[in-house]
Every structure is written in C-alpha cells, then in structure tokens.
Design a protein around this ligand. Structure first.
Ligand SMILES: [Zn+2]
Length: 285
C-alpha cells in the first residue's frame, strides 16, 4: 500500500470508529425517547431517524417487539373503528374467506399467481404499491381485467405510523394519481404497509372514503424463517374460518413458496366448503 492511500485508510477507520462511538453515546437518549429498553448493540435506522426528526412513534413498543403487542393493538383498532378498520368480517353469514395479496404489481410472481387463481376460478384482492404501477402497468391491468379487486397499499410502502398526517395525505394523493393515470381506477380499500397505522390516520382515510383492511390470518409468507410451502399451507389450514382475511404476498421478494403453497390452500379450503370472495363482497354482504 502506498503511503498516501495508507493514510487515507487510517483516516477512514478513524472516522468510522468516531461515528460508531457517537452512536453508542447517543443510544440511551434514542431509546429513552422511543420508550424502549436499551438492549441492542446497534441503533436501528428507524429509531435513529425518528429520534433525529422527532417523528411520533405509533406504539410504545419494548425492544422485544412482539407480535402479541401488534395483535392487541390492531384488535383494539378494529373494535374502536368497527366501520372503517377490519381484521375480518366478524359476522360472516356464509362460509366465506378472502385471499389477499400484497406488494404487486410485478412481471414474474404475480402473473403466476393470477394463473393459479384462474385455474381454480378463485377471485382475490390485490393491494398494490402505487409507485410500481407505471413500470408494471400491464400486470395491474391484468389483475383488474381478471375480475380481482384492487386495493391501495400506499404509494411509497413506508410505515405510515412514522409519518406525519401531512406526509400521509401526500402519499395517498400520489397513490391516487398513479392509480388514476395508469389503470383508471380509484380503490376504496387501503392496506397500510406492515399493517401499522395510527387512529388519527384511520379517521383521515375514512374521510377520504377508504376502509382500512388488515388481516386475521397471517401466512407469514413474508418471513423467510418460517415460510416453507408446508408452513404457509398449515397456517391457513389450521386457522381458516368464516369471514377470515388471509394475508399473502404476490411480489416484493422471492415468492416461490407462496406460489407452491397456493394450489393446495385453494383445494383444501374448497373441499371444506369455503367460498372465495373479494374484500368488497365480504364486507358489503
Ligand atoms: Zn406490503
């Protein structure tokens, strides 16, 4: 190594160590502000940016963020906003179930899922990320033309619970423009990215004529620690009930396992007498 580049390398190492020391120094303040216990060695970028930009935290979650707490929170919201926030159709009169797919459009996984749904004559609901509509317009048109329901899954796919109301409204505005320009459609259902949304945002969306739709069965197809086709299938099999809304993904990451699990899920639910409905069919009947 030449003398000059060795110097540069040492300076870079020094700057990195300085930055890391600074992070460690401010860590207690970040976590205190977030209402979290100090456990991790690193500060997550989300926590750091929230600390720096003073964005509100949705939930005062402990660092050992648990799905239980998330579930309690969304159950509270469903009870508190019975006409605008849904985990499922609690009083479904028939043996209905709604399959929902997030994070499309795309040009590889979603077309395969559309093919499976067509083969088994199943209608589903797709929550689309609006900033993908221009690039994958044809897939979005196909979803619509094949008779599936399209929902709004935000423009930017950021956590709404970390956004100010103004940022949220702008994100919805951009999404609506993209839906209108690309597929001439205005969704009336909305699924928050990661399912996280504040009460105030539910009210604002309701004023914009959106129903907020989360889910009552999570297949965990998004979690590669527990998403083999058999695990995905078993979860639906085990928890299927009338009025359930099933969370799956048709894009975003590798969806091979979702695609492999889907035919058996459909066949098994059909054998058990379930009817597949879209979210609007489920909620308006
Ligand atoms: Zn998503």
């Amino acid at each position: 190594m030449q003398k000059k580049s060795r110097h540069r390398f040492i300076i870079l190492c020094f700057l990195f160590l300085l930055f890391y020391a600074m992070l460690l120094l401010i860590k207690p303040f970040v976590y205190e502000k977030a209402g979290k216990e100090i456990q991790p060695i690193f500060i997550s970028w989300a926590d750091l940016s929230n600390f720096m930009f003073k964005k509100p935290f949705l939930y005062n979650l402990p660092e050992t963020y648990s799905e239980e707490i998330f579930k309690q929170e969304v159950q509270r919201q469903a009870t508190h906003f019975p006409h605008s926030f849904f985990l499922e159709k609690a009083d479904a009169k028939q043996k209905w179930i709604a399959l929902t797919f997030d994070d499309s459009p795309d040009d590889w996984y979603c077309p395969q899922i559309l093919g499976i749904l067509e083969k088994y004559k199943v209608k589903a609901t797709f929550f689309l990320i609006a900033n993908r509509l221009k690039k994958y317009k044809q897939n979005a048109i196909d979803i619509k033309e094949k008779g599936h329901l399209i929902g709004n899954h935000s423009y930017s796919h950021q956590k709404y619970s970390f956004m100010t109301m103004d940022e949220m409204q702008k994100d919805i505005d951009s999404a609506e423009i993209a839906f209108r320009e690309q597929i001439q459609f205005r969704p009336t259902i909305f699924r928050p990215p990661y399912g996280m949304i504040t009460d105030e945002q539910i009210v604002a969306l309701s004023e914009r004529k959106y129903k907020v739709i989360n889910w009552s069965i999570d297949t965990y197809d998004w979690d590669n620690k527990r998403n083999t086709p058999l695990e995905i299938f078993t979860r639906v099999e085990q928890y299927a009930h009338s009025g359930a809304i099933v969370l799956m993904h048709s894009s975003g990451k590798d969806r091979e396992y979702t695609i492999q699990a889907l035919p058996s899920i459909i066949k098994s639910l059909k054998d058990r007498g379930f009817q597949f409905v879209t979210i609007d069919e489920m909620l308006t009947n």
